[in-house]
Design a protein. Structure first.
Length: 158
């Protein structure tokens, strides 16, 4: 498990936070309750793989760890009050995962594994083996939690 702080310029984080916040508010106005997205109680903007932020995050991780990454998928996520994610592994989407936290003005919503509890703070990035490490998100208790998740495949360490 790798954890990095102060990854991006705050203006970039704000841009993406507003994108998902606006999308989430639109979904709420259309009657979205959070249960419409399979087992995940979070609102997602899909198809972020080709977005500029993917290359920025990829380059950041590769500069910090001796690794070569290829993005399989990336999503902006809004976690409304009451949402959570039970422990799981990502067998289908990629071998490694990253979460970039876009805000920290909420309560709850901590990322956890069997041995680690990570408080999401704005501009924090995680990188871990999501295909082998059980992980989840504790219930969000106040305000919305905004994040971006990346699934990396064909990961090569050297």
């Amino acid at each position: 498990m790798f954890i990095f702080d102060n990854v991006l310029r705050i203006s970039i984080l704000e841009e993406y936070k507003e994108r998902i916040r606006n999308h989430y508010q639109t979904m709420i106005s259309l009657g979205f309750t959070g249960d419409d997205y399979s087992e995940w109680p979070s609102c997602r903007l899909l198809d972020m793989k080709e977005d500029k932020i993917v290359e920025i995050v990829k380059n950041f991780i590769e500069s910090k760890i001796r690794v070569k990454l290829e993005c399989n998928s990336a999503q902006l996520q809004a976690w409304p009050i009451g949402s959570l994610s039970v422990q799981h592994k990502h067998a289908q989407q990629g071998d490694y995962n990253s979460s970039l936290y876009l805000n920290d003005d909420f309560d709850g919503g901590d990322f956890f594994t069997k041995d680690i509890l990570i408080k999401p703070t704005k501009n924090r990035l995680t990188f871990f083996d999501g295909s082998n490490i059980l992980h989840g998100v504790n219930q969000v208790n106040r305000s919305e939690r905004f994040s971006m998740i990346f699934w990396w495949e064909n990961t090569k360490f050297f």
